[in-house]
Design a binder for this molecule. Structure first.
Ligand SMILES: Nc1ncnc2c1ncn2[C@@H]1O[C@H](COP(=O)(O)OP(=O)(O)OP(=O)(O)O)[C@@H](O)[C@H]1O
Ligand SMILES: [Mg+2]
Length: 361
């Protein structure tokens, strides 16, 4: 890990066990919400994380902050192994790495004033000791997010959605974090307000040197706010790179399909654009297809796709642009077949035998 990387995940997994009913409640498989993610987030950058609903974006964001426990792999934050932290160290992590939630109304306590909400992290982390200092810090934070400090004594219901999200951001900034996960932070806001909150986040990021993971299903919003974009599908990062490259020259059919789904305001552009339409629904993360997990919906799937799990490899014209797709060369881990098991061949293996004629048994 180099010095310019703040947060790094290696082989990160979050598998939720599926338990069958009955007396013995056996575990019968798992929902592979995050299924082997390698990711570096650089200091001061905004990394956009996009993908369809259910592909594991929130679970990944939560696992990076250890708000859900990873079941495999490691997370390193500023050189610290997050997966090994004890309770006290975890509290310090919570100060340095926070979350801005999707629905500011649901995440703010209706019985607490803005001042109480924003100063809560100050109390929890023992910052800005006495009450007067905390009040001054609350005013400073409210100004920072573009709110009049005079609103400190008001309650959440007295605010518009955009203002409430500003309160949520002020709270997230109270502990002077280095890193924020913004999970669909603008999705519940009106379009005009979305732009204002996006601009606010960008300004704050530059001013405070924040590192942001910006989660969204809306690739067009992410293109304008992110330095780099990671595309997730069924628990895996399948394409990553500079925002202009991933958004303007996507190399993985899944990313191309996500972009085709974004409406283009200009009809001429719309007609000239190559469209890739996604077929069918996302498979269940409890039954991930073998090999390339996108192959069951991919218009370009070919022979190696079911047999080799593709690794991220350099693609396109720009440095740092990677995609996990065999169209760029077959690179990855061959899928283990039942006939690789020591018990001996089954009838299904016998049917596959001619394809593996060169292999010694
Ligand atoms: N606590 C849990 N127990 C079991 N399964 C879960 C749990 N949390 C999430 N999942 C499952 O993990 C998968 C990934 O969910 P996740 O919420 O991370 O997706 P997402 O990409 O954030 O989706 P959305 O865009 O809808 O927010 C889904 O299939 C979801 O049902
Ligand atoms: Mg989510």
């Amino acid at each position: 890990m180099t010095d310019d990387v703040l947060l790094s995940a290696r082989g990160l997994e979050v598998h939720f066990p599926i338990r069958s009913g009955g007396v013995f409640r056996r575990s019968s498989g798992a929902v592979r919400a995050v299924d082997g993610v390698d990711l570096d987030i650089r200091r001061g950058e905004t990394l956009g994380l996009v993908g369809e609903s259910g592909c594991g974006k929130s679970t990944l964001g939560n696992a990076l902050l250890r708000l859900v426990e990873p079941t495999g792999g490691t997370v390193t934050f500023d050189g610290i192994d997050v997966t090994a932290l004890g309770r006290r160290e975890l509290r310090e992590l919570r100060r340095r790495a926070g979350m801005v939630f999707q629905d500011p109304f649901a995440s703010l306590d209706p019985r607490r004033t803005v001042a109480q909400t924003v100063s809560e992290p100050l109390e929890v982390h023992g910052l800005h000791g006495d009450r007067r200092e905390r009040a001054a810090r609350v005013s400073e934070l409210l100004e920072l997010v573009g709110l009049d400090p005079a609103v400190a004594d008001r309650y959440p219901h007295e605010f518009s959605g955009g203002q409430r999200q500003r309160v949520g951001i002020a709270r997230a900034l109270a502990g002077e974090p280095d890193f924020l996960v913004c999970d669909e932070a603008i999705a519940s806001l009106d379009v005009s307000v979305q732009a204002q909150v996006l601009n606010l986040l960008r300004r704050l990021q530059r001013r405070l040197g924040l590192t942001l993971l910006f989660i969204s299903h809306d690739l067009s919003a992410v293109r304008h706010v992110a330095d780099r974009i990671a595309v997730m599908y069924l628990g895996r990062v399948v394409e990553i790179g500079p925002a202009a490259a991933v958004g303007g020259d996507p190399q993985m059919p899944y990313t191309q399909a996500l972009l085709s789904a974004v409406p283009v305001p200009h009809p001429e552009l719309e007609r000239s654009r190559k469209r890739t339409v996604l077929r069918g629904d996302v498979p269940s993360p409890a039954a991930v297809p073998t090999g390339c997990r996108f192959r069951t919906r991919c218009p370009s799937a070919f022979e190696p796709c079911p047999d080799v799990d593709p690794a991220l490899q350099p693609v396109g014209q720009v440095d740092g642009h990677l995609a996990a797709c065999h169209l760029h060369g077959v690179v990855g881990t061959p899928v283990a077949r039942e006939d690789d098991a020591p018990e001996g061949p089954t009838p299904a293996d016998a049917a596959r035998a001619p394809r593996r004629a060169g292999r010694a048994h």
